[in-house]
Design a protein around this ligand. Structure first.
Ligand SMILES: *[C@@H]1O[C@H](CO)[C@@H](O)[C@H](O)[C@H]1NC(C)=O
Ligand SMILES: *[C@@H]1O[C@H](CO)[C@@H](O)[C@H](O)[C@H]1NC(C)=O
Ligand SMILES: *[C@@H]1O[C@H](CO)[C@@H](O)[C@H](O)[C@H]1NC(C)=O
Ligand SMILES: *[C@@H]1O[C@H](CO)[C@@H](O)[C@H](O)[C@H]1NC(C)=O
Ligand SMILES: *[C@@H]1O[C@H](CO)[C@@H](O)[C@H](O)[C@H]1NC(C)=O
Ligand SMILES: *[C@@H]1O[C@H](CO)[C@@H](O)[C@H](O)[C@H]1NC(C)=O
Ligand SMILES: *[C@@H]1O[C@H](CO)[C@@H](O)[C@H](O)[C@H]1NC(C)=O
Ligand SMILES: *[C@@H]1O[C@H](CO)[C@@H](O)[C@H](O)[C@H]1NC(C)=O
Length: 463
């Protein structure tokens, strides 16, 4: 009896392993990664990697389904690029940390054994194949959700000019037309706005001198530093005990944590990296909060000039929603936005897709006031996304993040309504009197955006 229940246990255990292995093996597996729900592999940790989480469908108190009796008459998607290699400076830093571990550590045991022969092979800045696939999936999901419009209208696609962003736009467009059954459609974006010093680009910050180089540019790092000094030391101590000779610093300890998401998204299937298992679930939640603080105080409402970086895009959104000439503010390029070929606002254009970065999307969400209910985040006590009124880096700007700005025509209402959906989470839009489905009238929504209409604090950029 004892023998047979042990056998049964072993069989169940082996079965679980097989199920898990299969779940991670297939990018199309419904269980772990899918077009609709995004990345659901080990969600208790992978949804806490801040801006390095792969896109996942965020829980929403309000159903994201198109409300009964309404039809969508306009959609703007604002998307981050897909998962990528670390930036150039980070990739050099991670490699150096790994090199030091190899040079100095005298024994590798248990969960750390893989480090002995681990080879750092990540590149810099480019989308991974997994990231490309996620953008294709986003295009498919968009087409399916807005089919009723997308069958008849092509999206007007703009992208910021960095290679990974342009490629993300192309892969998204590829998914859109694949879903539409038009393989072979031209995938070239309508407008590519370069990223360079002095270029006015509403999808990439660079112009606002005080924000880029002034005291405000350190607030995010400072906030992260305060929290890192609290949550990292116990982790650092454990790693340094387990890896004799390593003597990792706080920053190097965070490097090792960063390698979990980056090694995961470098795998074509998004297979969870061995680095992830070196840390507990609680530690991943602390790490996620560290990334949240960086975005909130670096580019969001916690930075005096964060929301101002988003005012250009918000005015573009207003022009598109209301079919009105552009109100030129912030980083808008007047040449582009007064030309119907590069910035159409006529009623024929009902689908818009723009591609950008996490930091820029954080500024845009802030200029819209989407997280105005969130109180200034504590640098010393973790706050969950639920506690922070839906704000966290992984809920707002994961890899492949996407916000939908929808106009709805509903039977019960004469006026057009607006909804904003961030990674499938319907924003309550209390700032414009959102109803229980998160809907404001177009008029009330636009009225709520006085901050952006008046240019935010753009004047302070140059004083
Ligand atoms: C660790 O290794 C690096 C070389 O990668 C070396 O510069 C450093 O001095 C070593 N530290 C210790 C404590 O041995
Ligand atoms: C990592 O550093 C080593 C030693 O400097 C170098 O040979 C190697 O090319 C680097 N690898 C990557 C992927 O950067
Ligand atoms: C994504 O787009 C690039 C072109 O920019 C293409 O080379 C690549 O094959 C696409 N990815 C996939 C998975 O189809
Ligand atoms: C604005 O856009 C035009 C047309 O693409 C371009 O020639 C010009 O350099 C841009 N100006 C700025 C300041 O970005
Ligand atoms: C968190 O730290 C930043 C940077 O020092 C600071 O501006 C902010 O006020 C702090 N937040 C709180 C709630 O104290
Ligand atoms: C560990 O690194 C710290 C600096 O981060 C240094 O002061 C200390 O001497 C190092 N310890 C060893 C054993 O190398
Ligand atoms: C670019 O933005 C700056 C700062 O807002 C503005 O002064 C300038 O006129 C803009 N250039 C164009 C071409 O719109
Ligand atoms: C959000 O809060 C800021 C700062 O108080 C304010 O300027 C802005 O108008 C608010 N936005 C909305 C949409 O309520």
């Amino acid at each position: 009896m004892a023998y047979s229940s042990l056998t049964l246990l072993l069989l169940v255990f082996a079965g679980l392993l097989v199920v898990n292995a299969q779940a991670y093996a297939s990018p199309k597996s419904k269980k772990c990664d899918s077009v609709n729900r995004g990345y659901q592999c080990d969600p208790s940790i992978s949804h806490f990697w801040g801006q390095y989480s792969p896109y996942f469908s965020v829980p929403s108190e309000i159903s994201a389904d198109v409300p009964h009796g309404c039809s969508i008459s306009f959609v703007q998607i604002l998307s981050r690029h897909g998962a990528r290699d670390p930036t150039a400076s980070k990739t050099a830093q991670y490699n150096e940390t790994v090199n030091e571990i190899h040079a100095n550590v005298t024994s590798f045991k248990g969960a750390y054994a893989f480090l002995k022969t681990f080879e750092y092979t990540l590149g810099a800045d480019q989308l991974s194949v997994f990231g490309q696939q996620a953008m294709i999936n986003s295009g498919i999901k968009f087409y399916d959700r807005y089919k009723h419009l997308a069958e008849h209208v092509d999206p007007f696609v703009r992208t910021s000019g960095q290679e990974r962003v342009v490629e993300s736009a192309v892969n998204w467009t590829q998914g859109f037309y694949d879903a539409k059954g038009e393989k072979g459609h031209d995938l070239t974006p309508s407008v590519i706005i370069p990223e360079a010093d002095g270029v006015n680009n509403t999808l990439n910050h660079v112009l606002c001198t005080a924000f880029e180089d002034g005291a405000d540019s350190n607030i995010g790092d400072n906030a992260q530093g305060i929290w890192a000094d609290i949550f990292v030391p116990p982790i650092q101590e454990r790693l340094n005990k387990a890896l004799p000779g390593a003597n990792l610093t706080i920053d190097q300890t965070i490097d090792i944590m960063d390698l979990c998401p980056f090694e995961t998204v470098a795998n074509t299937q998004g297979k969870i990296s061995e680095f992830c298992g070196l840390f507990s679930e609680d530690e991943w939640h602390q790490y996620g909060y560290y990334q949240t603080l960086g975005k909130y105080y670096g580019y969001g409402p916690g930075n005096p000039l964060g929301p101002t970086q988003g005012v250009g895009f918000v005015n573009e959104l207003i022009a598109r929603l209301t079919n009105s000439p552009i109100n030129i503010q912030g980083s808008i390029n007047a040449t582009l936005d007064t030309n119907p070929a590069t910035f159409p606002v006529d009623k024929k254009h009902k689908l818009f897709a723009d591609f950008s970065h996490d930091n820029d999307m954080t500024g845009i969400f802030s200029a819209l006031g989407l997280y105005n209910a969130t109180r200034p985040l504590s640098n010393t006590t973790i706050e969950t996304a639920q506690q922070a009124y839906g704000y966290s880096a992984s809920w707002t700007v994961p890899f492949g993040a996407r916000a939908y700005f929808e106009k709805l025509q509903c039977h019960a209402e004469k006026e057009e309504l607006v909804r904003v959906i961030v990674n499938d989470r319907v924003q309550p839009l209390k700032q414009c009197g959102g109803d229980k489905l998160g809907r404001c009238t177009l008029d009330a929504f636009v009225k709520s955006l006085s901050f952006a209409k008046e240019g935010g604090h753009w004047a302070s950029c140059f004083s």
